[in-house]
Design a protein around this ligand. Structure first.
Ligand code: FAD
Length: 324
């Protein structure tokens, strides 16, 4: 989105193809049965917004949230009404096509084409789309998925392919638990047991539904050990832990009964272990206008993702303007 805004402002026509049903990637929110769960990034810091996008901090859809007890200096920010509202706002005015998975890229006569599949229905994706021509392509999927797409284009992008292939991620489970009433509970509990990195009480976030809803972020170690467990089983295990932890924090859990909503989400590409370490100039292929961006380029967080997008867009703009 940051790259799209930059190129759009420079007068280029931008098309974003995203296989997700909703915009936002790992800035994800699941809304179900009156609950709202931010099961990806739960919040971020204002300093993570690069200077090119600082104006966005004064927008009314961002609110400070001072309940992150681990923060010793900077207050956190959340977007309202949901975390995915942030990427949605960044994407305003851009031509974004959700439910479109890029399966293969091709390059001929100096332009790119994308073969796509429709992932918008719950059935198997149908591979029948072709998008293009595009003067430039920016791939922002996680490293391994980007590598798969570049591979089909070789020899174009071979240095980018090497960089994208070498990054690795830790997977992580987020468990979503919703009760049909509101009960007072702490906003955030950090590292209560080794299995759990963080519990975030959704009802305490600004402008969220007033029902008890928790997102339990499992630790990377436990998530890796239990990656092959069925998600229902993961959800049940973590639910028991959650109720014990809430009880230790003085929340009356007797008689809570079954939660109205319980689900585990598995993030295959959650946290980056080793970024590619690409300089802005190295984000674009030496021989073409194929570029890469995402949190795997340099820094594994919101700041890294946004900056890498702007840097890649600058490189694309330089190459395209040199061409004309
Ligand atoms: C549980 C969790 C907690 C986190 N906590 C924090 C935090 O506290 N602070 C922080 O700063 N960061 C946090 N992060 C990390 C942060 O979410 C990421 O760094 C950031 O969202 C990365 O953005 P991105 O655009 O690089 O990648 P993504 O958000 O992963 O976006 C990639 C996009 O590519 C699309 N895509 C992939 N393949 C294809 C294809 N073939 N065709 C079309 N589209 C495709 C996907 O649908 C997706 O929309 C957390 C992440 C998770 C999962």
């Amino acid at each position: 989105m940051s790259a799209g805004q930059f190129l759009n402002a420079s007068g280029y026509q931008v098309t974003i193809l995203d296989k997700g049903f909703r915009c936002g990637g790992r800035y994800a929110t699941r809304r179900v049965d009156g609950f709202s769960f931010d099961h990806g990034t739960p919040y971020f810091k204002p300093s993570q917004i690069p200077s090119d996008l600082k104006n966005i901090l004064s927008e009314p859809f961002l609110k400070t949230w001072s309940d992150d007890l681990s923060a010793n200096d900077e207050t956190s920010v959340v977007s309202i009404p949901a975390m995915r509202s942030f990427p949605e706002a960044l994407g305003r005015g851009l031509d974004i096509r959700q439910g479109v998975q890029v399966e293969k890229l091709s390059f001929r006569d100096d332009v790119f084409f994308a073969e796509t599949a429709d992932t918008s229905s719950k059935d198997m994706p149908t591979s029948d789309g072709l998008s293009g021509p595009f003067d430039a392509v920016l791939l922002t999927a996680p490293g391994p998925q980007t590598a798969d797409l570049i591979e089909g284009l070789l020899p174009i992008g071979s240095d980018l392919l090497k960089a994208a292939r070498k990054v690795t991620y830790t997977p992580q489970f987020s468990v979503l638990v919703g009760y049909d009433f509101l009960r007072e509970a702490p906003s955030i509990i950090h590292n209560p047991i080794s299995k759990i990195a963080k519990i975030v009480n959704q009802a305490k976030k600004p402008d969220r539904p007033e029902k008890s809803a928790f997102v339990v972020f499992c630790s990377p170690e436990w998530s890796l050990e239990n990656l092959n467990k069925p998600k229902d089983e993961v959800a049940e295990i973590i639910l028991k832990d959650l109720e014990n932890i809430l009880s230790e924090h003085g929340v009356a859990v007797d008689g809570l009964g079954k939660p109205a909503y319980l689900a585990a989400h598995s993030w295959r590409y959650c946290r980056l272990e080793n970024p590619a370490g690409l300089s802005p100039e190295a984000q674009i292929d030496a021989t073409s206008t194929l570029a890469v961006a995402g949190d795997w380029i340099m820094l594994p967080d919101t700041h890294g993702a946004l900056c890498s997008g702007i840097n890649a867009a600058r490189q694309i703009e330089i190459k395209l303007s040199n061409r004309s």
